[in-house]
Design a protein around this ligand. Structure first.
Ligand code: ACO
Length: 311
């Protein structure tokens, strides 16, 4: 049932060739990429909000400078990714419109609040840690502009992950109160982080087609398992406890057995009912509206310059 063009396309994918923007691609491939890269870009931008929340309250000047740089990096990631989506023939204005109307998603994790300074540690350690595990394989994704954006993004994410872990390490070795804050941040963010990898494989709508096209390189459950296996020893090293009574090393599979997150909560957050959905989207819509005068001025200036005759 595949057309000759589609068969030739799949052969290129199977050979490991990269697909570039001006080359022929099936409409479904283009749509899958717009959806995934677009959501990814939106996640980077919305993801600035929970950490931006703590810039003014960082405990030292050094921590403030580090956090500021990290949050700026996330803006950069969003911009590379929007550029990658634009090569697929959709404008940035349309992507924004689709985010603001609730038609396009962003990662569920950013709908949870950041309540204490320890959350800056836990977000860097867990959320950016999960992002790296998800994104390292995407460096080999079949669409050229997406894979290339991932190379730089992963380098920066690994700095982000380490700065988060360094905060956790410091707090876990601090006063009993500080250690309690670190443990509390881990308790609250553990399951929402596991949800970042998406629903279990049996409920993942897009995985099969996305993996056949090498847009996704691994299933959701594979990457979730990898995250747990990597993160549990890191928690143990600094004397924190992963909040899962069923967590147990399984010699046979060479990985941990662990509890699934509450999938009802996951779908509820996706439906817009997480603790911060309204705040997050509200903040993005307000930023867009507040920036309208600036976008108009930029266009007016560009038009004036273009109309000016050369001397
Ligand atoms: N948050 C919000 N939506 C999600 C999440 C999540 N954590 N996980 C899955 N979904 C959505 C999917 O987008 C899809 O909805 P849609 O059809 O309306 O787009 C639906 O749930 C079903 O899930 P899947 O079929 O498994 O979707 P998919 O194959 O796209 O896998 C995944 C989801 C793993 C997130 C994939 O899109 C991906 O790898 N994206 C790139 C990485 C990324 O976006 N990271 C953002 C967070 S990390 C960061 O930026 C700091």
């Amino acid at each position: 049932e595949m057309t000759p063009e589609e068969i030739a396309f799949q052969t290129r994918i199977d050979r490991g060739e990269k697909i570039e923007p001006k080359e022929w691609m099936p409409e479904g491939y283009r749509k899958m990429l717009v959806r995934q890269i677009g959501q990814h870009a939106h996640s980077e931008i919305v993801g600035q909000l929970p950490e931006g929340n703590w810039i003014t309250r960082a405990p030292t000047l050094e921590r403030k400078a580090i956090l500021l740089a990290k949050v700026q990096d996330e803006a950069g990631h969003g911009l590379y990714l929007y550029c990658a989506v634009e090569t697929l023939g959709i404008s940035r204005d349309e992507l924004m419109e689709r985010l603001h109307s609730g038609d396009m998603k962003y990662s569920s994790i950013f709908n949870y609040p950041t309540l204490t300074w320890a959350d800056m540690g836990a977000v860097g350690w867990l959320v950016d840690g999960a992002a790296i595990i998800n994104q390292v394989p995407l460096q080999r994704t079949s669409f050229g502009p997406y894979g290339r954006a991932m190379i730089r993004i992963c380098k920066e994410e690994s700095f982000h992950q380490r700065q988060g872990y360094a905060i956790m390490m410091k707090m876990a070795a601090g006063t009993p109160e500080q250690k309690r804050m670190a443990q509390d941040a881990l308790n609250r963010l553990w399951y929402p982080t596991l949800m970042m990898f998406g629903p279990s494989d049996k409920d993942s709508v897009h995985s099969a087609q996305s993996m056949a096209w090498k847009i996704k390189m691994n299933t959701n459950d594979e990457l979730r398992q990898k995250f747990v296996d990597q993160t549990v020893p890191q928690a143990e090293l600094i004397g924190l406890t992963v909040p899962d009574p069923n967590l147990k090393w399984n010699e046979e599979k060479g990985g941990y057995d662990f509890s699934e997150p509450d999938w009802n909560e996951f779908y509820d957050v996706l439906a817009g009912n997480g603790p911060c959905n309204k705040d997050r989207l509200g903040a993005r819509v307000k930023a867009w509206e507040d920036g309208a005068w600036f976008r108009e001025a930029l266009v007016a200036h560009a038009d004036k310059k273009a109309a000016r005759p050369y001397a």
